[in-house]
Structure formats: structure tokens, C-alpha cells
Design a protein around this ligand. Sequence first.
Ligand code: C6P
Length: 405
Amino acid sequence: MRLDETTRGDFPILERVVNGRRLVYLDSAASSQRPRTVIEAMTRYYERSHANVHRSIHTLGEEATELYELARDRVQRFIGAAAREEVVFTRGTTDGLGLVAETIGRTLRAGDEIIVTEVEHHSNLIPWQLVARDRGAQLKAVPVLADGSLDLQALDRLLSPRTRVVAFAHVSNVLGTIIPVAEIVRRARTAGALTVVDGAQAAPHLRLDMSALGCDFYVFSSHKMLGPTGIGVLYGRRAVLDSLEPGRGGSEMIKEVWIDHAQWNDLPWRFEPGTPPIAEAVGLTAAIEYLEKLGMDRVAEHEGALAARAVKGLGALPGVRVFGPPVGVPRGAVVAFAIEGLHPHDVAALLDAEGIAVRAGHHCAMPLMRCLGVVGTSRASFSVYSGPDEVDVLVDAVAGLRSKL
Ligand code: C6P
């Protein structure tokens, strides 16, 4: 049985009818939908166990703490981290990248260099711009090539003894390119730089193994991988986390406080100030359990096949340009395209009228749009519940728009 045939019934929202048609949800890269088990786990938590964590010595407080810390164990296993102390909960990818940039930023000096890439989402660009401006550091970008891959020879030229950080996406949210993380980490480490990987579009799609990737930091959001909004993960290699002062302060991240100084808590709580997203952690546990039951290799294979079908189908239509790696090259679960003579926003609105949800615009990647020579694109993206029939509905609808032009 195909993956979407076994999963569709678990997602109540997919029963919706939109504009008179059965919903075809092809916007999972912006935010995926949630299976019933995630919704029910969060409801059960609120109905039975809610209290604050790590502070209340009563039954509910202990239950909530146990559930919150269980989520950390689940994440550790899901991403192949060596220790639970390496898993820090954040509010999402943007929050996690901001936290890393602020924290590393404090150690930067004038003349230090930060390398990003031209495919970055603004969330992995703006925090580095802010840090570079404040510390007098320089920001450089690895160019993207015509086939959607990164120019790794240019990376070698950009790396220097002044390079302190190399920050890059694992999977581009526009091109779908799968970036060779381990290879870039190897080169960056030889130059003595820290590596920060934006895994927002990879965590929902690929089997992750931090020890194989070797990066210092890896960041992702729960809401793109069947979990709730409002929680994300920052993985940090223990030795590196240990060497850094926390970038943000408040309750729960300290052991002892005096008026003019404080002693930091142990890892990972040192980087989790304030009341964390507890119900969201419970939901994330349920999402991970759901994905693990399906098997991430099967998920990647399913979504990869859908992306390949869309690239082929859309690419065969006259006047349609498909961005990213060519047919045959593995890609993430996104396919961005442009229809000659139609603004991407009009494409999205016309498809919505047929019950098809795609995203349109610059996808928070304006520098990449400039490289591609477009103001924006339309983008279809897939998850475990997306099916080949839905890709075909999209391709037929796009063909229909072209013929109406
Ligand atoms: N991209 C998209 O439609 P948050 O919003 O913090 O959960 O994730 C930010 C983010 C960071 N990096 C990458 C590669 C991303 O794709 C995203 C989110 C969505 O492409 C919304 S802009």
C-alpha cells in the first residue's frame, strides 16, 4: 500500500472541501498538517497533566516535567544525537537560528568572517547580518549554480583563517536541493569554523543522523514535520554548547543568582530560559512517534517520488519553468515553478479556486529570487499524506491555466 493511502485517514483536515473541491494540500513546506494522534496527545495533556515544568513538587508538575523531558529523549533518538543534553527546545527554526547567532555572535571580533549561501531562507541570513553589523564581522555567500547545487569550489576560495561560522540549509525551501552537509562540515572544520545547519526542510523529509553529518549546530521546526507550531529543536554538539555562554537569560537557565552575577544551569536547560512550550513538546513526541512508525526512509522515498513526478509533469508543459535540480537528481519535498505570463500570486489564487493549496512569492529567500531572475515562484510541497493523484491534479490544473492564457 502506498504511504498516502495508509496515512490520509489520520489527518482530519484533509476531509475539508475548499471552493467546492476536495482539498489538495500542497503547502506542507510552509506548514504540514497534523495527524489525530498529535491533536489528541495535546488535548490529553491539557485535560490531565498540565502544570509548569522543573519547579512544582506536586503530581501534575512531575507528570508535566516527565512528558517534557520524554520529548527530549524522542528527539535525541530521531536525530541521532549522542546525548540528550545536546537537544535544546526553542520556539522554531527562526528562534533557534537567532539563538545560535546571538550566542556565537558574542565571541566574534571585528574582521571575523561568516559564510552563508545564496539559497538561504531569511531566517538563516538576517540573524547573521545583525551579528556581523554589531561585531564588525564580514558576511560572504557561496553562490548557487544553474542546476540548483552550491559552488563548493567557491566555498573553498571563501574559507579563510578568519572564517568563524559557515551557516547553510540542509534542503533549500525553494529549489529542493539537498546540500551535502557532511562535505561542507569537513571543509569548514579544516578551516577551523563552526557549522550551523538550517534543517527546517530536511527534518520532515530525511532520516537524520547528527553523528554522520558532524555539524556543530542543527536547527528545525516541529510544525513542518506533523507536530504543533511554537516549538523547535536546536541540536548543539556538547563540547561546543559547553564552551558557550548562554545568549539569553531568565528563569530555569541558572543554578544560583546574585545581584551582579549568576551561575548557569547544566545543559541543556542553560539554553532554555522561561516556561518552555510544554504541550507542544508533548505534540512533538506524538509527531515523531508517528513518523518513526512510518519509517523515515519510506517517507523520503515517497516524497521524493512525488517531487520527481511533479518535476516531470510540470516540466513537460510548454511555458512552465521548473526550478532546482534536474530530473533524476534527488531533491527535497518541494517543487517551485513559474508560468510564463502569470504572476505567482495569480497562479496560487487560480489554483486555490480549484481547491489546490500551493505557496507563491519569494518564499523568504529574496537573494535567491534575484539569482533566479524572478520576483517569485509558485511552489508545491509534499508530506506523508500527499499522493500522486494530487500531483496529477496540480499538473492538469497548471496545464489548464496555460491553455486559458
Ligand atoms: N519556510 C516556507 O514556506 P519557522 O518559520 O521559524 O518555522 O521556519 C523558518 C524557516 C527557516 N529555514 C527554512 C529553510 C525554511 O523553509 C523556513 C520556513 C516556510 O518555505 C515559511 S517562510
